[in-house]
Design a protein around this ligand. Structure first.
Ligand code: SF4
Length: 79
């Protein structure tokens, strides 16, 4: 099953740990909040993605099925 990253902007504290752990798919905006690349994550990168998800102190970051509906642009960073 293909997966992608999703961030809950309400839970996110914007400290940027996820971007340090998975810079290939997560950048930070000027305020330190994540800008997520929502394209599907391949098997080679999945372990890096899971490490970033596991390290998120507020449980704001998740891996979801790539087919999961995407929230509106204003409700999720990076779009
Ligand atoms: S690690 Fe979690 S709380 Fe920190 S910026 Fe990333 S998503 Fe937000």
């Amino acid at each position: 099953m293909s997966v992608r990253l999703r961030v809950n902007p309400i839970l996110c504290d914007g400290h940027g740990l996820c971007a340090e752990l998975f810079p290939e798919r997560i950048a930070l905006d000027d305020w330190g909040y994540p800008i997520i690349d929502h394209s599907p994550i391949g098997s080679k990168e999945e372990s890096h993605a899971r490490r970033a998800v596991d390290a998120c102190p507020t449980l704001a970051l998740a891996l979801v099925p790539a087919s999961a509906p995407r929230p509106s642009a204003s409700a999720e960073g990076g779009e």
